[in-house]
Every structure is written in C-alpha cells, then in structure tokens.
Design a protein around this ligand. Structure first.
Ligand code: GDP
Ligand code: K
Ligand code: MG
Length: 299
C-alpha cells in the first residue's frame, strides 16, 4: 500500500439502519460499483462488508451492515450482534432512514442503540426521490433525534441527488490517516463471495417469500480460461419443497436465476462467464453456527 500524502484523511463509516432503507444501494453508489446486493426483501445483506472510496483528499471505508431488527432465530441474532459491534468499531456512524415513510418503532430502536455511542452520528434521510410530503416526513425524523446534536443530510441513493454533499460532510468528520487499503480497491470481499451473493440476489428477486431466507450459496469452483470464466456454484436450501421451487417446472426457474446472475457476474469481472448451478438440501442450516461459518457468515 502506498503512503498517503500529508494531511490525507481516512476512516471507517458504519452504515446503520432498518432493513430496506437503502444502505446497500447507497454504498454501491458511493463506491461506484455493485459490491453489495440489494432487493426489496429484508435481510438481503447478511454479512458485514466494506466498500472503499479513495479520493484525492480522503479514503472512506463504508461498512455495510445487515439491517437492525429483533432476532427470531440463530441467524437473526448473529445479524443484530454484528450491527452492534459495527457501531463501536467505526469512526463515524451514518444512520440511514427511509425518507419516504415517517419515522417508526424500528428507527427508535436504533436511536436507542446509537444514544450510547461516542462516535459522531449523521442522520441520512434517503429516498427523497419518493417523498410526497417532505416537510411532514422530515419532521418525524427531526423529532426522533431531537435530543441529539446529529447532523442531517438528505439524498437519494437511487438518483444520486445529494450524495456529493453527503461525501463532503463525511470527510469533515474524518481524522488525518493512512490508506487502509490500496487506492484502487473497492471492497474487502473476495470476488468469489460477491459471485455467490449475485446468485442469492436473483433468488431474492425471482422466487417466492418462503424460499429466500433459507438460502445460502457457495461457489465451489472458478476456472479462468483465456476467453471465459467457468463458475460452479451450489444453492443450499433447507427443504425438498424449496428445492422444487428453485428448480421450477422443467428447470425454468433455475435457468432464469442462472442467466440473470451470470449477466451480473460478467459485469463484475468484465468478461465472459459460464455458470453452472446445483441445488442441495441441507436441513436446518440456519440453526447451526458451524454451518453458518462454513458458508462464509461471520458468527
Ligand atoms: P438495505 O436493506 O437497507 O440494504 O436496502 P437495499 O439497498 O437493499 O434497498 C432496499 C430497496 O430500496 C431496494 O428495492 C432499492 O432499490 C430501494 N432503494 C434504495 N435506495 C433508494 C432510493 O434512494 N430511492 C428509491 N426510490 N428506492 C431506493
Ligand atoms: K434489502
Ligand atoms: Mg443491505
């Protein structure tokens, strides 16, 4: 890693918020590449993952977290605990809310968590492209954080409106520091992990409610040829019925998942991809710490 110029700033920014407020979409836009998958389904993001933006004046390392919610099973507890750790292991907190909806109980729960941190907190009101009565909606968030001296910024992760102002504000909160990562790196995640996530994203987007939460994906083999990259992957589900849904009539669902994921992978590696998908039933993987860590989740 090269040495940063004098006066250079750097630091870690924790992106915290309820599920579906747009945390992962925001991180992708800020770093300029799709490194975190996004979908309208809560719990799309399962892992803590970092997106790195290196500008001439600062290196900003965004820590995307799973949305904070009340846990119902082993995986849920792991998710919330990781979010709590993230709050204190960063330099600045970006608390993201959905500005298209009034503040709710989920946001209040997070404000309570954040009230104990010594780190500076910025309230980011996202989805301003969808706000109908912005004054009314914003007021609910101003009231929510009234006891605290937190700065407020408004933006749309979707249209990028307001993101420059957000970046400027974030940089003012950073201390002088080194390059933590090489300036050309955009994420701490290995390409293989992102490939697995791109498959999981298509499952979230294409299948019914009950399937997505019990799915995990492993990349079993990646073979790079001069002209094409061959990827072998397995989708792990908990029940035979879920396997049936994933494969679909005559294999149509699996084919749809595969071809959409393949397209995304081609963008990721900027080259041709051949993707082969398998589906395997693995009862109760969500209850097992061992299985979770084996599948790549930090437990
Ligand atoms: P996360 O759970 O907080 O990481 O949220 P995601 O990034 O997965 O986004 C959840 C949903 O909100 C997705 O369908 C996104 O396309 C959508 N979304 C995110 N940001 C915006 C935004 O600024 N405007 C609009 N209209 N939709 C957004
Ligand atoms: K989501
Ligand atoms: Mg997310």
């Amino acid at each position: 890693i090269p040495q940063a110029p004098t006066g250079y700033k750097s630091g870690f920014i924790g992106i915290i918020g309820r599920p579906n407020v747009g945390k992962s979409t925001l991180m992708n836009q800020l770093v300029g590449q799709k490194i975190a998958i996004t979908s309208p389904v809560a719990q799309t993001t399962r892992n803590r993952l970092q997106g790195i933006l290196t500008t001439p004046e600062a290196q900003l390392i965004f820590v995307d977290t799973p949305g904070i919610h009340k846990p119902h099973h082993q995986l849920g507890e792991v998710l919330v605990r990781n979010a709590r750790i993230a709050i204190d292991s960063v330099d600045v907190i970006l608390f993201v809310v959905d500005g298209a909806q009034p503040a709710g109980g989920g946001d209040r729960f997070i404000v309570d968590l954040l009230s104990r941190t010594e780190n500076p907190v910025i309230l980011g009101i996202n989805k301003i492209d969808q706000q109908t009565d912005s004054q009314q909606l914003d007021r609910t968030y101003e009231e929510l954080i009234a006891p605290y001296q937190w700065r407020i910024v408004k933006f749309s992760a979707f249209t990028k409106e307001g993101l420059d102002e957000l970046l400027q504000l974030l940089v003012t909160h950073l201390e002088p520091g080194p390059y933590y990562y090489p300036p050309d790196l955009v994420t701490d995640q290995p390409e293989r992990f992102i490939m697995g996530e791109l498959i999981r994203e298509q499952i979230l987007l294409l299948t019914r409610e009950e399937v997505p939460h019990s799915v995990a994906v492993t990349i079993d083999r990646v073979e790079e040829d001069t002209t094409i990259t061959r990827v072998l992957a397995t989708i792990h589900v908990e029940r035979d019925s879920q396997k049936g849904i994933l494969i679909g009539k005559g294999g149509t669902m699996l084919k749809a998942i595969g071809s959409a994921a393949r397209e995304q992978m081609q963008k990721l590696i900027a080259g041709k991809v051949y993707l082969e998908l398998f589906v395997k039933v693995q009862p109760k993987w969500r209850q097992s710490r061992f299985r979770l860590s084996e599948l790549g989740y930090r437990v």
